[in-house]
Design a protein. Structure first.
Length: 126
């Protein structure tokens, strides 16, 4: 019986990591801040630090770092699937597309249905 709470906690921590990564990548997208500045903010701001403690922090860091490092190549990967120019996609939707693409490409431990569901829900939420 102990495995069920652990699994639920794992899922919840990943969910919070996705939410925070969306917020962080959006922040980078709008302000062009360095990842180190964004991470410092999340560690020092009382509310963000509380959320970060609830998250899978390494997953959050991995998603955001890769999104920032590979932003241009990820944009090129996404463009063929859009029905409009990338400049016409809102920053939240753009961030969701980039982060979901990273998760689909580099985190094979997460099923594609989970990835799509989680990111669509975050897109609706924000």
């Amino acid at each position: 019986m102990a495995k069920i709470p652990e699994k639920h906690e794992y899922i919840a921590r990943r969910r919070v990591a996705r939410k925070l990564s969306l917020m962080a990548f959006y922040q980078w997208h709008i302000n062009a801040s360095e990842f180190s500045e964004i991470l410092l903010y999340y560690q020092q701001d009382e509310d963000m630090a509380a959320d970060l403690r609830k998250a899978d922090a390494s997953y959050f860091k991995a998603l955001v770092e890769r999104a920032i490092e590979d932003a241009d190549s990820l944009d090129e990967r996404i463009k063929p699937f859009l029905d409009r120019d990338l400049s016409q996609v809102g920053p939240i939707e753009h961030s969701v597309l980039v982060l979901a693409t990273i998760e689909l490409q580099h985190h094979m431990d997460v099923g594609y249905k989970t990835v799509v569901n989680e990111w669509v829900n975050l897109c609706k939420r924000f």
